[in-house]
Design a protein around this ligand. Structure first.
Ligand code: HEM
Ligand SMILES: *[C@@H]1O[C@H](CO)[C@@H](O)[C@H](O)[C@H]1NC(C)=O
Length: 492
């Protein structure tokens, strides 16, 4: 009987079954939860792919935004993502309902490397503990016997010297700035800075730079959609894993050295403080050595590329707007003079310089979609239901270029941050995002930006090389960065 049945099912029938099965499976995958934020029609198998205008993806999304307003959803690589726009909605989600959006989604590429540890990709209790500990420790080093401010000032001197070596000739400032910025985190975590010519240091920076660039590569994206297959293939994702392993070894070695000459009564740096915490923490177990490695790498990554990119934008804007540069220099001359090192307490007396730095951050908008968040539990936002575990993306561009918030959103205009000659703090300025999970390094980053920027402009005038026009064209990587450029740092 069975045999007969089998015989009677023709090949065509099988095909029809197969197609129906795939359609149903696909439909179930694409099905939105009830009362989910609106989304354009999603087609079988291709999802929203058909809507994409590949020559100009920006335009595609623009249409979504116009049609659906401040909140809508879309499918990316088979996952539903909610996108929010505008100051009001971003504040509602990340501040008023901040507790509901605290988690981070885990993509295969991160889980392979960190398995949800550290500061950036962890969630829940573990994240809370690591974050609180790190914030306190960074704050303590600001008060310790060698303050963070002194460490940055020392590094400013080194960077100024490295720029002076170029004798006003055109050069690409990228790696010198990277060296200086990453040395701040090295000093805080490892207890020492590195000489710019140190081979070990250069290797470290090179590995990090490569990872940052590979992050957006096709193979890495493919790995994220089907890790179980991709792990057997060679490609740039494998290079990335190799680099991560090397970086982990580097950090582990540093930790071992710290253990050798560890004095429980005195903490020299972040690693020492963390080792103390491991020694204390015997029950809950979230302070472990593996987590320490992840935290250190997170600090290095989150703290180097971002600040360095912002400084590169700043020098570019100064060379392109010489009048603005001259006004900054006049303020430096008046408040600090040409000799004394800039200090953080100068900032409150320098509204124009402060406004320029803010405008550089607003206009360069280096992390346009912040970092993805994930709902901690079922949540209602603007009347829409967002189930636990849904990915949320914040469109920072929609806040920092909002026509209703800024007088001239598309122009580089330090006036956005000035009122009656005083610095004017703006709510719609949020390059560090907002709420309980906003950038952990904001205070440090703002100190670095102010000290490096003023130290450089105190000693140099930045100019385009002869017969060259500098451009504000960007390139995508881990951040939106200027395209590689050469510039002249002419001693003043
Ligand atoms: C101009 C420089 C910087 C910018 C624009 C920036 C921006 C951001 C943004 C947008 C986020 C995502 C926040 C969110 O999910 O809401 C973030 C997270 C983070 N940033 Fe920064 N950042 C900068 C510098 C730094 C520095 C110097 C450090 C080093 C201490 C740092 C450490 C971190 C960490 C650890 C996180 C993850 C926080 C968490 O998940 O709890 N950042 N940053
Ligand atoms: C983000 O905001 C900008 C400015 O409002 C808009 O042009 C862009 O389409 C938005 N992108 C998304 C994905 O919502």
């Amino acid at each position: 009987m069975l045999h007969f049945l089998w015989e009677s099912i023709s090949f065509q029938m099988l095909l029809v079954f197969l197609v129906v099965f795939l359609l149903v499976a696909d439909y179930l995958k694409r099905r939105r939860p009830k009362d989910f934020p609106p989304s354009p029609l999603s087609l079988p198998f291709v999802g929203h792919f058909y809507l994409m205008d590949f020559s100009n993806p920006q335009i595609t999304v623009q249409k979504f935004t116009e049609k659906y307003g401040d909140i809508f959803s879309t499918q990316m690589g088979g996952v539903w993502v909610v996108l929010i726009n505008g100051l009001r909605m971003v504040k509602e989600a990340l501040v008023n309902q901040g507790e509901n959006f605290l988690d981070r989604p885990v993509f295969p590429i991160n889980s392979e490397v960190f398995s949800k540890m550290g500061l950036i990709s962890s969630s829940g209790h573990l994240w809370k503990q690591q974050r609180r500990f790190t914030l306190t420790t960074l704050r303590n080093f600001g008060l310790g016997k060698r303050s963070l401010e002194e460490r940055i000032q020392e590094e400013c001197q080194c960077l100024v010297e490295a720029f002076r070596d170029e004798q006003g000739n055109p050069f690409n400032p990228h790696f010198k700035i990277n060296n200086a910025v990453s040395n701040i985190i090295c000093s805080v975590t490892f207890g020492n800075r590195f000489d710019y010519h140190d081979e070990e240091f250069q290797k470290l920076l090179q590995l990090m730079d490569e990872i940052a660039n590979l992050q957006a590569s096709v193979m890495t994206q493919l790995y994220n959609s089907c890790p179980s297959i991709m792990k057997f293939f060679p490609g740039s994702h494998q290079t990335m894993f190799k680099n991560w392993r090397l970086l982990k070894c580097f950090v582990k070695e540093k930790i071992n050295k710290h253990k050798e000459d560890w004095n429980p009564l005195e903490s020299r740096d972040y690693i020492d403080s963390y080792l103390q915490e491991i020694a204390k923490d015997d029950s809950s177990g979230s302070f472990q050595e593996e987590n320490l490695v992840a935290c250190v790498l997170d600090l290095l990554f989150a703290g180097t590329e971002t600040t360095s990119t912002t400084i590169r934008w700043a020098l570019l804007y100064m060379a392109i707007y010489p009048d603005i540069q001259a006004r900054v220099q006049a303020e430096i001359d008046a408040v600090i003079g040409r000799v004394r090192q800039p200090a953080l307490e100068d900032r409150s007396n320098m509204p124009y310089t402060n406004a320029v730095i803010h405008e550089v951050q607003r206009k360069s908008n280096i992390i346009p979609f912040s970092a993805p968040r994930m709902t901690v539990k079922d949540t209602v936002l603007e009347g829409f239901r967002i189930p636990k575990g849904t990915v949320l993306l914040t469109n920072l561009t929609s806040v920092m270029f909002d026509k209703n918030e800024w007088e001239t959103p598309d122009t580089f205009n330090p006036g956005h941050f000035l009122k009656d000659g005083q610095f004017w703090k703006r709510e719609a300025f949020m390059p560090f995002s907002v709420g309980k999970r906003a950038c952990l390094g904001e205070v440090l980053a703002r100190s670095e930006l102010f000290l490096f920027f003023t130290a450089l402009l105190q000693k140099f005038t930045f100019q385009a090389p002869p017969d060259t026009t500098l451009s504000l064209q960007f390139q995508m990587g881990m951040t939106v960065a200027p395209q590689p450029y050469k510039i002249c740092a002419v001693p003043r």
